[in-house]
Design a protein around this ligand. Structure first.
Ligand code: ADP
Ligand code: MG
Length: 485
């Protein structure tokens, strides 16, 4: 800070409200499609339009997904919870209220531990997760005289994850967000796409003098839609509040916008201007009762979480943390790995292949493992051929795997044989190649015999060329040494 304010005099205090759009097929209270990208007002029926008499009917899948993320965030599941009406008027909210959860949310009292860049861990409390519906969208820039309303998004299911004010830096906030994005994707709860608005957050920010415990007055920065903007907004708002307080001013509780172009926050409304939402429980919807049976069903169907998976991989295969994370965060890769695993003879080699040459092939083509035509069992068989010294790794990668992609041949060994890729086991043939090469280089053979051992590489290289790479390098070395004796 360049204002003569001593560094570290104040600390940042923040809690996030994170909106996650769930990836269900249909909306939370109707059978309308919840998909993104349809033509305006294509995915609407009486409920989305709020026609008189239309009644909401809860989508059970929404509840299941909220429970899954709640469990991953170490929450207590409120087995009896209910919906409330949050009343306000807006053109893209035809009912005049949003259905949400107020004082009985579906999940409470959780936490998430995140890892920071210096390797330390930070536990951030989760106050609650509640269910709600999204509103429609007003479009102001397509017509000179009118605003347009698209209700496709009205009724798309959201969860709001509210953290405790445990966050002390922009880094902690973005670590938390990226961990949550990872989890919602892993659990197939949301696509977690911040650019498309499936994951967005409001940041509540206050400051206090270091060493003090009372919280300061907070301001809420609305609708941050990228990891970068969360960091920028927090850093700016922290600086702004420090400046106000340092100049003897007081912070007024308010709601702020973040201007991504300028990197600044500006007031939307203060607490005095805030809405009174007149919450009351929605009489059209019954309370949600989550039975013990259903809850334990959901629990037992939960996949292992990414951190758990990467811990296991590190322990079992001794790979690096970065490599383990690669598998833990890519479910397709992990599935591929697990499908190939029972077929390979040496488990560790499979990991090495996937981290090394296969990853290189995929990134060269810019495709994901799901688009790779070599099936896990086919790759496993190719790896086994290499391990058994029947095929060199280079030929496997450059010739056999592409041939598998092309032909789809399931008997990989037969394919390698048909294409004449297997290592020449015919010693007579190799013998012939070695003689040919040694005859070609009489002077070098002489030099070798006088102690210039470096020329061996030349012989090996040339024999390998004649063998079209289909020779085991170690064995070839031995054979040549034998001849040179
Ligand atoms: P309200 O119900 O009035 O919106 P909440 O207690 O639900 O208030 O808090 C909303 C969010 O604001 C939570 O994420 C919480 O962690 C955060 N928060 C509360 N007090 C502060 C504070 N003094 N400074 C920063 N964040 C705060
Ligand atoms: Mg709140």
């Amino acid at each position: 800070m360049s204002l003569g304010i001593p560094e570290n005099r104040y600390e940042l205090v923040s809690g996030l409200e994170i909106h996650v759009q769930l990836n269900t097929n249909t909306k939370i209270f109707s059978a309308d499609s919840a998909s993104f990208g349809a033509l305006p007002n294509q995915n609407i029926s009486t409920v989305s339009l709020a026609l008189p008499g239309a009644l909401p009917k809860l989508n059970k899948e929404v509840v299941a997904k909220a429970i899954r993320i709640g469990l991953a965030l170490n929450c207590t599941i409120n087995q009896v919870n209910h919906f409330d009406r949050k009343n306000y008027f807006y053109a893209d909210l035809p009912k005049g209220y949003q259905i949400t959860q107020d004082n009985q949310p579906i999940c409470i009292n959780g936490y998430l531990e995140v890892e920071l860049s210096n390797g330390s861990k930070k536990k951030i409390g989760i106050n609650r997760i509640h269910l709600e519906e999204d509103a429609g969208k007003s479009i102001h820039d397509q017509d000179d005289h009118y605003s347009l309303v698209d209700l496709n998004r009205a009724g798309v299911p959201l969860i709001e994850i509210v953290t405790e004010p445990d966050i002390r830096s922009a880094e902690e906030a973005s670590a938390l967000l990226s961990e949550i994005r990872k989890l919602v994707r892993h659990l197939n709860v949301s696509d977690g796409n911040m650019e498309e608005g499936s994951l967005r957050c409001d940041a509540n920010i206050s400051i206090r003098e270091n060493g003090t415990t009372a919280f300061g007055t907070r301001c809420e920065v609305k609708n941050l839609n990228s990891m970068r903007n969360v960091r920028r907004a927090m850093e700016f708002e922290f600086g702004r509040q420090v400046e106000v307080v340092s100049n003897g001013g007081t912070i007024i509780q308010s709601t702020l916008n973040f201007d991504a172009d300028k990197g600044t926050t500006s007031p939307m409304r203060t607490k005095e201007e805030a809405n009174d939402y007149r919450y009351f429980s929605d009489p059209d919807l019954q309370p949600i009762h989550i039975s013990d049976e259903w809850l334990s069903e959901i629990k037992s169907a939960m996949p292992a979480l990414p951190n758990e998976i990467s811990r296991q991989l590190i322990a079992e295969f001794g790979i690096s943390k970065a490599d383990a994370t690669l598998f833990a965060e890519d479910l397709d890769l992990l599935n591929y790995f697990h499908q190939a695993l029972p077929i390979v003879n040496i488990k560790k080699t499979l990991i090495n292949w996937l981290i090394g040459p296969i990853r290189a092939v995929l990134s060269e083509r810019g495709i994901a493992i799901a688009d790779y035509k070599v099936q896990p069992d086919q790759l496993a068989m190719a790896i086994n051929l290499v391990e058994d010294k029947k095929l060199t790794q280079q030929i496997a990668i450059q010739q056999l795997l592409p041939a598998i992609e092309e032909t789809g041949e399931t008997n990989v060994a037969v394919l390698a044989q048909q294409l004449n890729l297997l290592i020449t086991e015919n010693s007579n043939e190799l013998d012939g190649f070695i003689d040919e090469v040694l005859n070609k280089y009489p002077q070098q053979v002489e030099a070798y015999k006088k102690g210039k051992k470096g020329v061996l590489g030349l012989f090996v290289g040339d024999v390998m060329k004649l063998a079209k790479g289909k020779a085991d390098a170690k064995k070839l070395n031995e054979l040549i040494l034998e001849k040179l004796k």
